[in-house]
Write a protein that binds this ligand. Structure first.
Ligand SMILES: C[S@@+](CC[C@H](N)C(=O)[O-])C[C@H]1O[C@@H](n2cnc3c(N)ncnc32)[C@H](O)[C@@H]1O
Length: 296
């Protein structure tokens, strides 16, 4: 199992203040790195409810958190169903909530998941294998305009029309089934600018867009943000780590709205970002932004 290094770990522990919290909820357990640190920093009778949309990661987290015994309850669930999970556990509310969005390194590095354009694999991208649509379904079935709009909205890709046109032309010959194939089609569709280096791979934004669409990521985030007022106990804190501007903007606005009701205060006036040393030792942390809010 490839390991995943929890991002902004000390900052999350410092800002969520687990020492005086009884009910901690990790919406994105992953391999349990943040959960273990939060449990270690909490008192012995604190409980952690952890969920993940990826069943494989719930199994890994169970193994990694075994030493905490009955203090942890595990759920294979999307955090958009957090209120159903609370009802199942009989929880009235949480004192600390963490959502570390996106994917773990083990998922990105697993070519069978089709999340990466550098490791060739099937064009899948589903977090939850029970979800109906894969990225290949979108790429091969959507019409050109829909595809261009999707790449523009979820990837913030200026060249979305050009890319959609190239995809539609390529799939006339054969269905596009592999990540490397799609990355190659996108790369060839990009204008050549001799002497100009790209800071990111030309397929980065399109892959982000497809991943967001396949997993309905922004709807899930909106649902979680929309119920924070109901699921946080007074004095409870929520910490969200996002990895791109579409997520961070949502978190920022939802927190401002919540604070605007007078029922919460924003703890992080500006997002907390990783220190240079963390980015150096874990380049995947470079786009992380942490925002924290407290219910009054
Ligand atoms: C960045 S990793 C979390 C890593 C974790 N904090 C750790 O320390 O190991 C994100 C995790 O969230 C899960 N995930 C992403 N979106 C989700 C959602 N809407 N509901 C539940 N889990 C989700 C992914 O499957 C992945 O395991």
């Amino acid at each position: 199992m490839m390991c995943h290094r929890p991002v902004l770990l000390n900052e999350v522990v410092e800002l969520l203040q687990p020492a005086d919290k009884r009910v901690i909820v990790d919406c994105t357990l992953g391999l349990g790195g943040h959960a273990a640190a939060l449990l270690q920093a909490s008192c012995k009778d604190a409980q952690l409810v952890g969920m993940d949309a990826d069943e494989g990661n719930v199994i890994c987290a169970k193994k990694n958190l075994a030493s905490f015994g009955g203090r942890v309850r595990f759920f294979h669930a999307n955090f958009s169903h957090i209120q159903e999970v609370f009802a199942e556990v009989g929880l009235a509310g949480a004192d600390a909530i963490l959502a570390d969005l996106g994917f773990c390194s083990n998922q990105m590095d697993d070519s069978a998941r089709g999340l990466s354009f550098t490791n060739d694999g099937p064009l899948d991208m589903r977090l939850n294998r029970d979800s109906p649509r894969t990225a290949a379904d979108l790429v091969n079935q959507m019409d050109e305009k829909e595809l261009a709009d999707l790449i523009y909205q979820f990837g913030e890709e200026r060249l979305s029309r050009r890319i959609a046109r190239a995809i539609v032309a390529a799939r006339k010959t054969a269905r596009i089934e592999r990540t490397a194939e799609l990355a190659e089609i996108i790369t060839r569709a990009m204008p050549r600018r001799p002497g100009r280096r790209h800071d990111i791979h030309p397929a980065t934004r399109t892959f982000q867009a497809l991943r967001i669409a396949v997993n309905d990521e922004l709807t899930s985030l909106d649902t979680l943000l929309g119920c924070l007022g109901d699921i946080l106990m007074p004095g409870g804190r929520a910490a969200i780590i996002s990895f791109h501007s579409l997520e961070d903007r949502r978190v920022k606005h939802a927190f401002a709205d919540f604070a605007g009701t007078g029922q919460a205060k924003i703890i992080t006036k500006k997002p907390v970002v990783p220190a240079r040393e963390e980015i150096f030792s874990n380049p995947r942390s470079r786009s992380a932004k942490l925002r924290v809010i407290e219910k009054i």
